[in-house]
Design a protein around this ligand. Structure first.
Ligand SMILES: NC(=O)c1ccc[n+]([C@@H]2O[C@H](COP(=O)([O-])OP(=O)(O)OC[C@H]3O[C@@H](n4cnc5c(N)ncnc54)[C@H](O)[C@@H]3O)[C@@H](O)[C@H]2O)c1
Length: 275
């Protein structure tokens, strides 16, 4: 019996990229999975792939920013499977825009999905995870939750917030002795559609194609399948923080060693690449 055998796992944003890879890897490791996404076609493809592995899967269209819907969804997943052991709040969107040019509504949208989506998923499932006696919350932040990058203010804000929220929760669970482990994940560049699916403020919209090419060519060292393996290995070991990819490990060290002077290095790189 493996760590995930017969456990019930929830994965948001499972219609693409890391979420899809997580659903498949969980099924391979014997978990029963509840997958959701706003992208119906992507979700259907993931469902078919999980079934192809012989996995037990439930699939729902769900926008993680819709709090009431997430609350109802949590109850219905528990009713369906009888319990929930693992929730992976993975759904996310990327956005490019300098702060002075970015409308409030765009920043709010990124926060709604990337931060509030994580809070909604965590709070909706927390009582059920506790009730399982063997629960685990995994929240996907980013290396951009470890350091700031120009043109990424909204995404940086959301991913830093996910990190703070998740680390506080991890300590609360340990101090209260509740049976819920908590992991915050910081992926580096992972080969997915995230940049291709991203939006940008008007002045950066022409840059999107160039950024997407740059991301695909130079900034993605790790596959989504590998990312899923690293995340689930980290969950199995009960790690509180998981860094994915050599870029994430090097940049994490750089930021800690340089302190606030890391900004000069990022500015240099951003100036060279036009980020
Ligand atoms: N790919 C990377 O390099 C990278 C790096 C760091 C962090 N991340 C994070 O990993 C997570 C997964 O990203 P990915 O790279 O697999 O991207 P992706 O674009 O391939 O997949 C993200 C999925 O989330 C879904 N989604 C978007 N908004 C949603 C909403 N409101 N409700 C429900 N689902 C929604 C999308 O439809 C998509 O299927 C995100 O949180 C992202 O910020 C990715």
């Amino acid at each position: 019996m493996g760590h995930f055998t017969n456990k019930v796992a929830v994965v948001t944003g499972a219609g693409s990229g890391i979420g899809r890879a997580l659903a498949l890897e969980l099924a391979r490791r014997g978990a029963r999975v509840a997958i959701s996404d706003v992208d119906v076609r992507g979700l259907d493809e993931t469902e078919a792939l999980v079934r192809g592995l012989g996995g037990d899967v439930r699939s729902d269209v769900l926008d993680v920013s819709q709090r009431e819907l997430v609350m109802t969804y949590a109850d219905s997943v528990v009713e369906h499977f009888g319990r929930v052991n693992l929730v992976i709040n993975n759904a996310g969107i990327a956005y490019f825009g300098n702060t002075d040019e970015t409308p409030f509504k765009d920043i709010e949208r990124v926060m709604d999905v990337d931060f509030w989506g994580v809070v909604n998923g965590t709070k909706a499932f927390l009582p059920h995870l506790e009730a399982s006696g063997d629960g685990h919350v995994v929240n996907i932040s980013s290396i951009f939750g470890l350091f700031g990058v120009p043109s990424q203010g909204a995404y940086n804000a959301a991913k830093f917030a996910v990190r703070g929220f998740t680390e506080a929760l991890a300590m609360e669970m340990r101090m209260s002795g509740k049976p819920v482990k908590v992991t915050c994940v910081h992926p580096g560049g992972i080969k997915t559609n995230i940049v291709r699916n991203s939006t940008a403020v008007q002045t950066r919209s022409e840059d999107l194609q160039r950024m997407s090419n740059l991301f695909d060519k130079h900034l993605t060292r790790t596959t989504a399948a590998k990312a899923a393996e690293v995340i689930l290995d980290g969950v199995e070991k009960g790690k509180v923080r998981v860094l994915i990819g050599p870029d994430a490990k090097v940049l994490d060290l750089m930021v800690r060693a340089a302190g606030p002077r890391y900004q000069s290095l990022v500015r240099f790189f951003a100036g060279r690449t036009g980020l």
